[in-house]
Design a protein around this ligand. Sequence first.
Ligand code: ADP
Ligand code: MG
Length: 147
Amino acid sequence: MRSKTTYITKNAQATKKLGEQIAKELKGGTLIALYGNLGSGKTTFVQGLAKGLGIKRRIISPTFIIVRSYERAKNNFYHIDLYRIDSDSNLSNIGIKEIINDEDNIVALEWAEKIKDFLPEDRIDIKFKYQEGDKREVAIVNYGSGK
Ligand code: ADP
Ligand code: MG
């Protein structure tokens, strides 16, 4: 469990680094729910997360694809972006509920607020805020059960 929970990153590299560090603290499968406007740094953070998880493939914004999966020896990593999904759309059609409820998966979920009613209690919530220039506020507001 981290004591400090709100970070101001000065550039994209710093946001990636934070993702990389948090990846190293993850134990088992976890849902990391990411909130914040376009350009606030969610995908950049996920790039760091993936690096910290040992994923070599390049992480790109899955804006049109919604779900991308990255195989790992133990826990597969999923990057989901709900930007183009309506909050009331039928998520079971695209298997998102199954992915986030599988405790073996590590899932980074952009625009998590769109499905807040479906999110498991045990998750990490991270809120991104655009600040002036290249600064972004990254606030870890819920650190799950800390398992
Ligand atoms: P989102 O997924 O929230 O829409 P992205 O990570 O795709 O956001 O985009 C963030 C953009 O802002 C990128 O072009 C990135 O290079 C830039 N940027 C500038 N400063 C930062 C910072 N401190 N943290 C993250 N991204 C930053
Ligand atoms: Mg994004």
